[in-house]
Design a protein around this ligand. Structure first.
Ligand code: NAD
Length: 405
């Protein structure tokens, strides 16, 4: 497994060479403001106590409070969280929202915990960090394997410890507990808006074929939205495998099937394929929406998609990026493509602080305005500098952070 933070720093180096930023600013952007590792003791259902390792990385807050999700995964470790916090700082800057970059996590397989254990673990994460969190300091959100219910436990624990009743310290909460309408589908929908704005510029047809890796929050919402908008989702996967259907999959039905059967295999009317085969399908749009480092120097040369829309964070290694550039396959980078989630998280924070409730229609309208602007600005800069969209988005973000600092 490649070190995701080293990959992120390699991306930064390339951009620093291209745009000649002040080296002191680049050094500052290489270092997180603070990274915190801590133990979370949890009383297990069988009466024993187990220690889990927790993290919070606060990368940069030039533009506003640190903002970023919390990941629960057995492979989560500090370098992953550091990379994700760095990308969050850039992502908020690209989206044009007044938030900085942070990320959190716990090394845990949540599927192996009971609901009570999961709740005590989540509350323990907040107990360890209550001093550094706050609506104007650091505002976490969900990420892989963390849900609105977990955000509600965390917001409740924070309120108990600090007395703060705004609920603005955590976003991605359930809608009836201070969450924003539209936060659920926001990342997939935002990805669709970015794709839709850039589609013509990238010479893609009006109706595209789409393959999606991952059927979690992001992948399933993206799949439903692309289908609703008239595109054909021919393949989708989970960690165990993928399915393919040339005439298009009904993603709601696939999600229901997964809920019932625990995996996607033998979905009626579809062919079982491997995750590796999904990444190499002949489609217009390939959407990695699961994990980092899935397209590497070993398989990038086999990609046959016309473009890649990165809804996961860091799905391509820097070597894969170079290979795809040589192959003239444009990549819409994560810090632009998946910024819809944090943008609606910012809307939730804003509504909590103002004690307002916006309609879903208002939320989506505001999201579209911001993401259209971010997409066109990224395209403009990448064309001006004769470079790819990732470097364009990095330059846009770094210029905004540099100016503020
Ligand atoms: P999730 O936990 O809801 O879903 C993850 C999905 O990935 C699951 O369907 C899982 O089965 C699948 N998966 C795991 N390993 C896989 C593998 N090896 N191959 C194929 N599929 C695999 O997580 P999510 O919230 O949908 O996040 C997915 C990605 O999107 C992550 O990179 C995350 O950081 C990023 N992201 C999420 C949000 C958000 O709002 N949730 C926002 C921005 C970026």
């Amino acid at each position: 497994m490649q070190n995701p933070f080293e990959n992120a720093m390699e991306q930064l180096e390339k951009v620093a060479k291209l745009k000649k930023f002040n080296p002191e600013f680049i050094s500052r952007m290489r270092a997180a403001d603070r990274d915190i590792r801590f133990s979370i003791p949890v009383k297990m259902d069988n009466g024993t106590e187990k220690i889990f390792e927790g993290y919070r990385v606060e990368h940069n807050n030039a533009l506003g409070p640190y903002k970023g999700g919390i990941r629960y995964h057995p492979d989560t470790e500090i370098n992953e969280v550091k990379a994700l916090a760095f990308w969050m700082a850039l992502k908020c800057a690209v989206a044009g929202i007044p938030m900085g970059g942070g990320k959190g996590g716990i090394t845990v397989d949540p599927k192996k915990l009971s609901k009570g254990e999961l709740e005590r673990l989540s509350r323990g994460w907040v107990q360890a960090l209550s001093d550094v969190l706050g609506p104007h300091k650091d505002v976490p959100a969900p990420d892989v394997n963390t849900t609105p219910e977990i955000m509600d436990w965390m917001a409740d624990e924070y309120e108990k410890i600090t007395g703060d009743k705004t609920r603005a310290t955590f976003t991605g909460k359930p809608v009836d507990k201070g969450g924003s309408l539209g936060r659920g589908p926001a990342t997939g929908l935002g990805g669709f808006y970015v794709f839709d704005t850039l589609r013509k510029e990238l010479n893609l047809p009006e109706k595209c074929t789409v393959a999606i890796q991952g059927i979690g929050n992001v992948g399933s919402n993206a799949g439903e939205i692309f289908s609703r908008e008239g595109h054909t989702v021919v393949a989708i996967s989970d960690s165990k495998g993928a399915i393919y259907k040339e005439s298009g999959l009904n993603i709601e039905e696939v999600s229901e099937y997964k809920k019932k059967n625990g995996n996607l295999a033998d979905f009626p009317g579809a062919t079982n394929i491997t995750n590796a085969e999904l990444l190499e399908l002949q489609v217009n749009v390939l959407v990695p929406a699961a994990f980092e480092n899935v397209i590497t120097k070993d398989n990038a040369g086999n990609v046959k998609a016309k473009i890649i829309l990165e809804l996961a964070n860091g799905p391509l290694t820097p070597e894969a990026d170079e290979i795809l550039k040589e192959m003239n396959i444009p990549v819409i980078p994560d810090i632009l493509a998946n910024s819809g989630g944090v943008t609606v998280s910012y809307f939730e924070w804003d509504q909590n602080l103002k004690n307002e409730r916006w309609t879903e229609e208002e939320v989506f309208k505001k999201l579209r305005v911001l993401l259209d602007k971010a997409s066109l600005e990224t395209l403009r800069i990448s064309r001006e500098l004769n470079t790819d969209l990732r470097r364009g988005a990095f330059v846009l973000a770094l210029e905004r952070i540099n100016e503020k600092m």
